[in-house]
Design a protein around this ligand. Structure first.
Ligand code: RAM
Length: 367
């Protein structure tokens, strides 16, 4: 027999507290009955979408509280992304807040922040997930309590959020980094990957496409010898780069699909005998990498504009809270100056194409 549903505001607050404490009672008494219940079209497949029908013409709600929860607060990439989010949230007449762990491997810290934001009854949260599965229970509880959940930059499982705001197609990002490195080293030699945290959904998805790209005949003389993890920590990434070169003295190139990793690897190479000999590409910010492009350590790398990613996450969160979208494929919404976006398969929306930076264009980009 099911327990009676709790509906009053006080009960809703109690539900949030119970949810934060992960009590089974919360799931029974509060399940599916609060502010906007949530349905998963498949446990881990389709995105979570509410029962309500989307109304693309619904008025944009104001005075909402939209929280950003990055993988890591002291990472300059997220500082830029979340500033973009803040600006957009404020322009839309709502309140922005940011909370998150200092380390990209503090997943239990991220779970606690989700629970705290749920207790605080924010209207929406934008989360860059450190781990695809670990946040699920907390995020589902947030959605049951009426919080709209957007992931940005790094996804959870589709059933654990309404929409994923992706920086670009994951496939294009993975394949293009291998192509860039192939061009730089003449499609020949041993290569390594220097990633972020071992659990990071975004990096692992890109690495999957990199491995697939490497199966193509044009890469038959390129061999991936190791994937190392610098945990988005400058010192660890620096040491991992050093370790890669000690272990594989014949290494021809490194791909680092993380802004912290590529910067640390460039710093190491730049001060070593490998400068200009071991190729380095991946995902970095122009501001971090300018010096290394100019001094000949790095030929080219790529990235999207993190501020635009944050802004799109903000618009998506407000569109969900306003009922303009619910998380279903095919729904469209307006994101201010960024334009109109349509939700794709599994509730994913892509920001657009990344930019490749090299010595010809790097001075035109300041972020
Ligand atoms: C780091 C983070 C982030 C990733 C960028 C490219 O800052 O790992 O998740 O998207 O690099």
């Amino acid at each position: 027999m099911s327990a009676p549903a709790l509906r009053t505001p006080a009960a809703r607050r109690l539900c949030a507290v119970l949810a934060a404490a992960s009590l089974a009672l919360a799931a029974t008494a509060c399940g599916g009955t609060t502010k906007g219940s949530t349905k998963n079209s498949a446990e881990d497949g389709g995105a979570a979408a509410s029962d309500a029908k989307a109304d693309p013409n619904a008025a944009t709600k104001k005075d909402l509280t939209v929280a950003f929860l990055p993988k890591q607060v002291n990472n300059p990439y997220f500082t830029v992304a979340d500033k973009g989010g803040e600006k957009a949230v404020e322009e839309l007449g709502s309140t922005f807040k940011e909370a998150g762990p200092n380390s990209a491997t503090d997943t239990s810290g991220q779970v606690s922040y989700v629970n705290t934001l749920t207790q605080q009854q924010v209207d929406a949260m934008a989360v860059s997930a450190q781990d695809p599965g670990a946040l699920c229970t907390a995020l589902k509880q947030a959605m049951k309590n009426g919080v709209k959940v957007v992931t940005y930059d790094s996804d959870t499982k589709p059933g654990c959020r309404h929409v994923f705001v992706s920086q670009a197609s994951a496939e294009a990002l993975g394949r293009s980094q291998v192509r860039l490195l192939g061009e730089q080293l003449g499609y020949k030699g041993e290569i390594a990957i220097l990633s972020a945290a071992q659990t990071a959904t975004n990096q692992n998805t890109w690495i999957g496409f990199m491995k697939d790209e490497l199966k193509k005949p044009e890469y038959k003389d390129m061999k991936l010898v190791k994937t190392a993890y610098g945990n988005d920590d400058a010192q660890q990434s620096f040491q991992q780069t050093q370790g890669l070169l000690q272990e594989h003295p014949g290494l021809a190139g490194i791909i680092s699909p993380t802004t912290v990793g590529i910067k640390a690897a460039a710093q190491y190479l730049s001060g070593s005998k490998y400068k200009g000999k071991v190729m380095l590409t991946g995902l970095g910010t122009p501001n971090d990498m300018r010096k290394y492009v100019k001094n000949g350590t790095v030929e080219g790398f790529e990235l999207w504009d993190p501020a635009k990613l944050g802004a799109l996450a903000a618009h998506t969160a407000v569109a969900l809270s306003s009922g303009q979208i619910t998380g279903r494929q095919g729904e469209t919404f307006k994101a201010g100056a960024l334009g109109t976006f349509t939700l794709g398969d599994h509730g994913v929306v892509d920001l657009g194409e990344p930019t490749v930076f090299d010595k010809k264009n790097i001075d035109r980009h300041r972020f």
